[in-house]
Design a protein around this ligand. Structure first.
Ligand code: FAD
Length: 240
């Protein structure tokens, strides 16, 4: 990872965006322009002690698309351990250090169809890629299969439904692995080969972007292989 100087950013928004997920909007504190980044890249977020020394840092994908950026970055952070619980306490006006952008999990140019496979908070880089692609190519042929255990954990659910409504070439499929008493119009259960083939015709003709926990990415990679996809060339992956 190249060494990039951490820059001071100011919190302009911190709000709950799904069950156990908060959205942190950050702008450069000195008013200078935001760095140039590609959809899918991440930053290192540094939280500081009162004396300015760095308390701890962790990686977060940039959830908003460069093409739609208003000079801020949006991070969607799932509450887990100490770091994320401390980050959740950040208030508008607080400052943090941001280092980056980093990462090679970015979209290629060539495929006629792009299939995005996300689980849990792994939606963040995928969401940025999706918005970027649709902002620059509104007719793009994209399928998103997005898996979560609970209905309330689907981050950006309304936004994804609105994008599917607006863009005829974009198909959005939510897959719920847990139970719900409410009516559910998406798929149920883990994404297996049957569900996958239902939405992805001619699998070998697409490029793939996978992000989620390692068991999800490994499982879906196996399905791609058994569907004749050359995963070394056609599949791009990020695990977290
Ligand atoms: C490329 C990439 C992109 C990612 N994107 C996202 C994303 O978009 N959204 C998301 O939610 N997650 C994302 N993650 C996961 C994220 O980086 C963290 O792993 C996750 O948020 C861990 O949260 P935590 O609260 O359990 O952190 P912890 O594991 O508690 O801590 C993270 C860091 O803080 C230090 N730390 C924790 N507690 C203390 C303490 N008391 N004193 C001193 N140091 C401490 C740890 O040593 C560690 O270095 C991404 C990971 C990667 C690799």
């Amino acid at each position: 990872m190249a060494i990039l100087e951490p820059r001071k950013f100011r919190v302009t928004e911190n709000r709950n965006i799904a069950e156990g997920v908060f959205g942190l909007k950050l702008v450069p504190a000195d008013g200078a322009p935001l760095f140039v980044y590609s959809a899918g890249q991440f930053v290192m977020l540094h939280l500081q002690n009162p004396d300015g020394t760095v308390w701890a840092k962790a990686a977060y994908s940039i959830a908003n698309a460069p093409a739609e950026s208003d000079g801020s970055i949006l991070l969607a952070i799932r509450l887990r351990g100490d770091f994320t619980h401390r980050a959740e306490l950040l208030k508008v006006g607080d400052t943090v250090l941001v280092q980056g952008p980093y990462g090679r999990f970015v979209m290629g140019e060539n495929a006629e169809r792009n299939v995005m496979l996300a689980a849990g908070i792994g939606i963040t880089p995928i969401y940025s890629m999706l918005r970027e692609k649709l902002a620059t190519d509104p007719e793009a042929d994209i399928v998103l299969l997005y898996s979560n255990r609970d209905v309330s954990s689907f981050t950006f659910l309304e936004e994804l439904e609105a994008l599917a409504e607006k863009h005829k070439g974009f198909s959005f499929v939510a897959a719920l692995t847990g139970e719900t008493d409410d009516p559910w119009k998406g798929e149920r259960g883990r994404i297996d080969e049957v569900i996958f083939r239902k939405y992805v015709s001619e699998p070998a003709a697409a490029d793939y972007y996978l992000c989620g926990p390692s068991d999800f990415v490994t499982g879906l990679t196996g399905i791609l292989e058994s569907c004749g996809v050359n995963v070394k060339i056609q599949a791009h992956k990020e695990v977290f």
